[in-house]
Ligand binder design. Structure first.
Ligand code: NAD
Length: 354
């Protein structure tokens, strides 16, 4: 097989290690900034205030209104606030929702971003922004959306609840698994995908019984960085398309939806590219990629069935319709009936046949 590829590394500075979030001030200064606005969700308000206090004279306070799906009206409010306090950079402290707000601000104003992730979603290393307006979610990709600095401090993930650690970890694994068959894949992304999945496969089972295990938290966050980087560098296919459809049109929860769909979409596609997907069976230990992922997800207490999110069987018809309406690259041809059958298995929560 010949080797030909096109590779572009991410320009973002990655700072990884326990205690690194204590150095945020240094990175604000390295960016040439003096007035950092700390962003968070209302749930992480206390942590945001603590971060602002730690920044001292380099902080102009907090905006703690970040929320799921990056609504445009929240972004507009945050921008008015940032202008009022003359912020010259944001420090996004939290998961994908907070990172999304910082990205939405940067997309509109080029404000510099430092992200301190506290989940495994991976948004902090991608040039992708999903935002919603009048109930419609749109996604765009542009280099200016990529944050300048990402500080991964495993200590900040010690309090991530077990259920969220599991689904967020599976969300990260989804980026890596789909990266293995992407048409624009390259050897670096494939290495990152395999190493990222291995790290999460090792760490997540430890975290369900010992959530404050710092070594496992470190490994999980390392895996999340690798998997997120894959998402940021190459294209995604059926799995991300279906999750986007379910989240966007039926308001199913983000990481949980990825967790339920993962064995079904990956198993379905692996039939077309078994050699590319062999690492999934090898890493997760199972007869087929789909079944290996299903057994792993079940063993760590993941949600397994779409019906648990309040979806009806009639919703599946509509979801299959939406997810197959516009063509996109996928290793297996996508037809409505096959996708409807796959959704039925995921709805019931049964082990995929592949
Ligand atoms: P989230 O950011 O919505 O967080 C969920 C809740 O958990 C929030 O209330 C948050 O404050 C809280 N939380 C976060 N970290 C915590 C911690 N360590 N301890 C306690 N509570 C904590 O969840 P998420 O799954 O990280 O992000 C989901 C969003 O990110 C979705 O909107 C999704 O579309 C987006 N996303 C975007 C990309 C991209 O590349 N654009 C990639 C992945 C996800």
């Amino acid at each position: 097989m010949s080797l030909a590829f096109n590779y572009q590394g991410s320009p973002a500075r990655i700072v990884f290690g326990t205690g690194t979030s204590k150095d945020v001030a240094r990175w604000v200064e390295e960016l040439g900034c003096k007035r950092a606005l700390v962003l968070s969700t209302p749930h992480q308000e206390k942590d945001a205030h603590a971060m602002a206090a730690q920044l001292g004279g380099l902080s102009v306070g907090t905006f703690t209104g970040a929320t799921m799906h990056t609504p445009v009206d929240v972004t507009e409010r945050a921008l008015v606030h940032a202008r009022d306090v003359c912020a010259d950079c944001v420090v996004s402290l939290g998961g994908g929702s907070t990172t999304g707000l910082g990205k939405a601000m940067a997309w509109r104003t080029d404000i510099q971003q430092i992200v301190v992730p506290t989940t495994y979603a991976g948004s902090e290393v991608t040039p992708i922004l999903g935002q919603t307006e009048n109930g419609v979610k749109t996604t765009l990709r542009n280099p200016k959306i990529t944050p300048e600095v990402v500080i991964y401090d495993p200590e900040l993930t010690l309090g991530l609840p077990v259920a969220m650690s599991v689904t967020s970890g599976l969300n990260a694994i989804a980026h890596a698994a789909e990266g293995l068959y992407a048409p624009d894949r390259n050897p670096i992304a494939t290495m990152m995908a395999n190493d990222g999945m291995r790290a999460l496969k090792d760490a997540l089972p430890v975290l369900i019984t010992d959530p404050r295990n710092l070594e496992a938290r470190e490994k999980a966050l390392y895996g999340a960085w690798l998997c997120g980087t894959v998402l940021g560098q190459i294209s995604m296919s059926l799995h991300h398309k279906i999750c986007h459809t379910l989240g966007g049109s039926f308001d199913t929860p983000h990481a949980e939806t990825h967790s339920v769909m993962l064995p079904h979409t990956i198993g379905f596609n692996a039939l077309a590219v078994p050699e590319l997907m062999a690492p999934v069976s090898e890493i997760f230990g199972g007869p087929t990629p789909g079944q290996a992922l299903y057994d792993f997800a079940k063993s760590i207490g993941s949600p397994m069935a779409l019906q648990d999110f309040g979806l009806s069987e009639a919703d599946l018809d509509r979801a299959a319709e939406i997810a197959t309406k516009n063509p996109y690259t996928n290793p297996r041809p996508i037809d409505r009936e096959a996708i409807r059958a796959l959704l039925q298995d995921a709805w019931r929560g049964q082990r995929p046949p592949y």
